[in-house]
Design a protein around this ligand. Sequence first.
Ligand code: THU
Length: 162
Amino acid sequence: MIKKIEITASFSVFPSVDDLPNDVQELMKQAVEVRKNAYAPYSNFKVGCAILLDNDKIVVGSNQENAAYPSGLCAERVAIFQSGVVYPEAKILKMAITAASENTQVNQPIPPCGACRQSISEYEVKQETPIEIYFMGETGEIYKSDSLKNLLPLMFDKKALG
Ligand code: THU
């Protein structure tokens, strides 16, 4: 007998940064600031990420490219690895992500790539509490995912390793 499994994803949509809760507005502001420090001479696509921890610290990251393209790293992983280095015991509460391009106006929300979702999932599984993820372009709506799990159905995690 063949059965079907259905997994749904849902997002809250905020019309603009002004509509976000105050702490997330501040987080997004920092993501926008750090986005300007992205090193993206190859794609001209700049991403900023700010992470709020349960110790009230904010850790930021921007994408860092490389002439050997795959050696570069996305903003989200720069930020989340940095939080693991500096505050290994802290829980991650919220992530704010923003992307802008020098080639075109990015006015739709830009979600974290698949590899970043996998990296973020490691920390959500480890801390056993959900990470809120807010993402936007340079302008326009902001999408909120209540957890990483919502962005990565059937995720591979340490449970598979036994
Ligand atoms: N990028 C990120 O920083 N985060 C993502 O989730 C998607 C892509 C970066 C990688 C590369 O430097 C540039 O955007 C274009 O792919």
